[in-house]
Design a protein around this ligand. Structure first.
Ligand code: NAI
Length: 294
C-alpha cells in the first residue's frame, strides 16, 4: 500500500501517545478514528487535540481553516469496530503483552484485509504481537517518541515476518507526519531504549552507590554531554514504572546481568514514586509536600 492511499487511520488508545498520534494525522487531513475503552480518555484526547490545534493556529503554524479541518477529521469512538475501514491502525494502549495480543487478535478480525496493524510499543516484541494475527507480514512497530507532535523521530521495527511493502508504507506515513525514520530489527529495546534505558539505570546505580547527588548526576550529563535533560529527570518524565518494565525486558530478553534493574529504581516504583505523573519520582514536584528520603 502506498502512503497516498492511506486516507483513514485508526488509533487505539487515547492516552498521551495515542492523542498525539491522532493529532499528527488529523492535522494532515487524514481521517482518524480514535478508540479507547475509557470514555473519559476520549474526552481528554479531543480536548488535547483541540488545544494543540489552537496553539498551532495562534502561532501561525496552521491556518484557521486547516485548524478547524483537523478537528473535523478526528472521530472519537468507544466502539472498536468503527475502525474497520482504516488503512492503517496504530495501537497505543497499555504496555502489556497479554492485553496487546488480545487486541491484535480482535483487530485482525475487524480490519480490512489490506490494513497494516502498527504498534507504538516501547519494548514488546513485534513478532509476538504479529503471531496473535493471521497477517504477520502486515504487523509492524511504529514507535513514536513522547510527545509525538514535537519529537522528530519514529523508530520502525520490523518483526520476523514484516513485509517490505508494509515497511515502505509505514515509513512513508511517518515521513508524511514530518518525522525522520530509523529502522530496527525486533530485539529487546529496539535501538533507542536499548541504549537509553541502561544509561538511565546506570544513573540510578550512580545515585544508589552514593557516587554523587541527583543534581550533580543530571548536571554532569547535561553540561558534560550536551543532553537536554539529565538521565534522572528524564526518567521522571518518562515514568519510573515504564523505565523499570523496559529494563526487565532487556534483562530477560538479553540475559545479561548488566541489564539488571537498579534496586533503587525498583524501590521507587514499589513506593509509588513514578515520576512527574505522580508528582514525585527522583525529584519532588509537589512543592508543598516535604521530600521523603527513600
Ligand atoms: P497512557 O496510559 O497515557 O494511555 C493508554 C490508553 O490506552 C488509556 O487511555 C487506556 O484507557 C487505553 N487502553 C488501555 N487498554 C485498552 C484497550 N484494550 N483498548 C482500548 N484502549 C485501551 O499510555 P501512553 O503513555 O500513551 O502509552 C501507550 C503506549 O505507547 C504504550 O505501549 C507505551 O509503551 C508506548 N509509548 C509510550 C511512551 C511514553 O513516553 N509514554 C513513549 C513511546 C511509546
Amino acid at each position: 500500500m502506498m502512503t497516498e492511499e492511506i486516507k483513514i487511520i485508526g488509533v487505539v488508545g487515547g492516552g498521551q501517545m495515542g492523542s498525539g498520534i491522532a493529532l499528527l494525522a488529523a492535522a494532515r487531513g487524514i481521517d482518524v478514528w480514535l478508540h479507547d475503552t475509557d470514555p473519559n480518555a476520549l474526552t481528554r484526547s479531543r480536548k488535547y487535540v483541540s488545544g494543540f490545534v489552537q496553539t498551532l493556529v495562534s502561532k501561525g503554524h496552521l491556518s484557521q481553516d486547516a485548524g478547524s479541518d483537523a478537528l473535523v477529521h478526528l472521530h472519537c469512538t468507544s466502539n472498536l469496530e468503527d475502525l474497520h475501514s482504516s488503512d492503517v491502525i496504530i495501537e497505543a494502549i497499555v504496555e502489556s503483552e497479554d492485553v496487546k495480543r488480545k487486541l491484535f487478535s480482535e483487530l485482525d478480525k475487524i480490519a480490512k484485509a489490506s490494513c497494516i496493524l502498527a504498534s507504538n510499543t516501547s519494548s514488546i516484541s513485534i513478532t509476538r504481537l504479529a503471531s496473535a494475527t493471521n497477517r504477520p507480514q502486515q504487523v509492524i512497530g511504529m514507535h513514536f517518541m513522547n510527545p509525538p507532535p514535537i519529537m522528530r523521530l519514529v523508530e520502525i521495527v520490523r518483526g520476523a515476518d514484516t513485509s517490505d511493502a508494509s515497511f515502505s508504507a509505514t515509513k512513508s506515513l511517518a515521513e508524511r507526519f514530518g518525522k525522520t525514520v530509523i529502522c530496527s530489527q525486533d530485539y529487546p529495546g529496539f535501538i533507542v531504549n536499548r541504549i537509553l534505558m541502561p544509561m538511565i539505570n546506570e544513573a540510578f546505580y550512580t545515585l544508589y552507590t552514593g557516587v554523587a547527588s541527583k543534581e550533580d548526576i543530571d548536571t554532569g550529563m547535561k553540561l558534560g554531554t550536551n543532553h537536554p535533560m539529565g538521565p534522572l529527570e528524564l526518567a521522571d518524565f518518562i515514568g519510573l514504572d515504564v523505565c523499570l518494565s523496559i529494563m526487565k525486558i532487556l534483562h530477560g530478553g538479553l540475559g545479561d546481568g548488566r541489564y539488571a534493574p537498579c534496586p533503587l529504581l525498583v524501590q521507587y516504583v514499589d513506593a509509588g514514586r513514578l515520576g512527574r505523573k505522580r508528582g514525585i519520582g527522583v525529584y519532588n514536584y509537589r512543592k508543598t509536600v516535604k521530600e521523603t528520603s527513600l
